[in-house]
Design a protein around this ligand. Sequence first.
Ligand code: DUT
Ligand code: MG
Length: 152
Amino acid sequence: MNWPAVDIQVKRLPHGEGLPLPAYATAGAAGMDVVSAEDVTLASMGRHAVATGLALAIPEGFEVQVRPRSGLALKHGISLPNTPGTIDSDYRGELKIILINLGTEPFEIRRGDRIAQLVVAPVQIGNLVEVGELDETVRGAGGFGSTGVRVG
Ligand SMILES: O=c1ccn([C@H]2C[C@H](O)[C@@H](COP(=O)(O)OP(=O)(O)OP(=O)(O)O)O2)c(=O)[nH]1
Ligand SMILES: [Mg+2]
């Protein structure tokens, strides 16, 4: 990789022993694939917080986003109901991947299967400043499809 990486401490929990750490599948991958630490079958429309056997210490000023894998989504309807999941820099518990099976068939996950991807991102803290009036814009209060669908 030709750009700076931020160090993220990772601790294996006892049930995570022997599993590969999350890793980038290619040199240009945005996310590290993370594997399941458990065998679990998701019924159609079922969901489960899947163990990873890992705990993280993310540096302040960063977060980790948990995102679905498109292959599992397209082939099997496997997604994350909270996508992107947010891993806070002060969280020291087990990283869990909340999976939902939006497909019609049960989906079997085996320990060691790659189930999601982790994207490291900077966090911009916001400072709310309460005011009586907001400035005017062309959009104004228009939203939720106010600009239409088709071009022309
Ligand atoms: O997919 C996820 C989402 C969250 N977490 C962990 C890390 C995160 O820092 C913590 C809290 O997540 P979040 O803020 O999304 O959940 P909440 O419902 O607001 O819980 P809390 O009140 O604990 O913040 O749970 C996971 O392990 N996996
Ligand atoms: Mg929260």
